[in-house]
Design a protein around this ligand. Structure first.
Ligand code: PLP
Length: 416
């Protein structure tokens, strides 16, 4: 355990590589000059690479003009970002955006929005939000309750409202769960198009989303796409849902909206969802830091780089090549169940190894990979989501280190 900074965290954290003082490109640099290759953009956050001066300059300039303005009122970057998202990113019938601080706040807001939609239409009894196992939607009490990350829920059960859960890949189980819950009480279904930390890069089969869509429409259940990890190009398309034949009613995004340069998340909904809410004079309460102008300036600068450098397209091509390289290097190992993913959101499912051990072994070799897994029902796995500017040589280094780390841990497990 880290002892050098005893007051840095509330409870002890896993060993760190040292004090991170600078970052550039795909590398994090420690106070003693060690360079860590960031194979997961922090926590699937950074997309445009670290150390982009133009983003820092945009944020600094915004802060020179404004500090805090109540989220009820327009500010230049707040307004510009909303317009840019509606014009360039969101589906055609999504014309309004709500900002929050991070993914948990945004998913929490999506739950309230879904509830508000039904209340505004006089459907007061609809409140249940069906989630999947595994899944992760955040750590507020509402988002833990709708999520299926068993380790992160552990110990909080008495505080969590009960919402039905379904297996992550079975659309018929969703129909059965809606029936079992009493369809007139179900408000929404929430899912990550490609699963993140709870089951790295789990991606359902071809017909899954079309069938889910059919089921939700049949029962009047709203579909929330949690794009906190998949949004803004990570999977090689603009949104994770764009790979499959469906369109959500509510879209939630965070992380890549600013690449992590500033804290920000967003929720948007189709006009069909918003119209009854607006007609009834309802809405959702803002957070104090909803749409901070400097955060929005950071988002605008990052999204401009994403477009100018065609990084969404790059995620698709580099991701396909990284997937093939990972498959070749570790796909046949007896310590690996599966190599999978879309774009630059890739996962390696481990066979009986603890992801934390493999991550520690990789960090010894100067590569940061995210430890995935969500409890005994699902195998641990490794999550890869490097900045979309990652070079071929860096991909090769990530793949080689992953193979060496898995071999080392597997050898220890066998000999133990
Ligand atoms: C899919 C998904 N949803 C929600 C969250 C929660 O976001 P935050 O940690 O910003 O609250 C995460 C965080 O990793 C996530 O991956």
């Amino acid at each position: 355990m880290e002892t050098a900074h005893p007051h840095f965290s509330l409870t002890p954290q896993p060993t760190s590589p040292g004090m991170i003082v600078r970052a550039e490109g795909c590398e994090l640099i420690t106070s003693d000059g060690r360079r860590i290759l960031d194979a997961v953009g922090g926590a699937a956050v950074n997309n445009v690479g670290h150390g982009r001066r133009e983003v820092a300059d945009a944020v600094a300039e915004a802060m020179r003009q404004l500090d805090y303005v109540v989220p009820l009122w327009p500010t230049p970057n707040r307004v510009a970002l909303g317009e840019y998202l509606v014009d360039e990113w969101l589906p055609a019938d999504f014309e309004h955006v709500f900002f929050a601080g991070g993914g948990s706040e945004a998913n929490d807001t999506a739950v309230r929005l879904a509830r508000m939609y039904h209340v505004s239409r006089g459907d007061e009894q609809r409140y249940k939000v069906i989630g999947r196992v595994p899944s992760y939607h955040g750590s507020t009490l509402a988002t833990l309750a709708i999520g299926g990350h068993m380790n992160r829920r552990d110990g909080f059960d008495p505080l969590l409202a009960e919402h039905p859960k379904v297996p992550w890949d079975n659309a018929d189980a969703l129909a059965a769960a809606i029936e079992a819950a009493d369809p007139s009480t179900v408000a929404a279904f929430i899912a990550e198009p490609v699963i993140g930390a709870s089951g790295p890069a789990l991606t359902p089969g071809l017909d899954y989303w079309a069938r889910v869509s059919e089921v939700c429409r049949e029962y009047g259940v709203l579909m929330i796409s949690d794009e906190v990890m998949t949004g803004f190009g990570r999977t090689g398309r603009r949104w994770g849902f764009e790979h499959d034949d469906w369109e959500p009613d509510i879209v939630v995004a965070a992380k890549a909206i600013t690449g992590g340069y500033t804290p920000l998340s967003m929720v948007s909904a189709s006009n069909q969802v918003l119209e009854p809410i607006i007609a009834d004079g309802n809405g959702v309460m803002f957070f104090t830091y909803s749409g901070h102008d400097a955060s929005c300036a950071g988002a605008l600068a990052v999204l401009r780089i994403l477009a100018d450098e065609q990084l969404v397209e790059r995620a698709a091509t580099v991701g396909a090549s990284m997937l093939a390289k990972l498959q070749a290097a570790v796909g046949r190992s007896s310590a690996v169940v599966e190599v999978r993913g879309r774009g630059l959101m890739l996962g390696v499912e481990l066979n009986g190894l603890a992801s934390a051990d493999v991550v520690a072994a990789a960090l010894e070799r100067d590569v940061w990979i995210y430890p995935g897994g969500s409890g005994p029902a699902v195998n641990d796995g490794l999550l890869f989501a490097p900045p979309l500017v990652v070079s071929d040589e860096q991909v090769d280094q990530i793949v080689a280190v992953t193979a060496a780390a898995i071999d080392e841990v597997a050898a220890g497990v066998v000999s133990a």
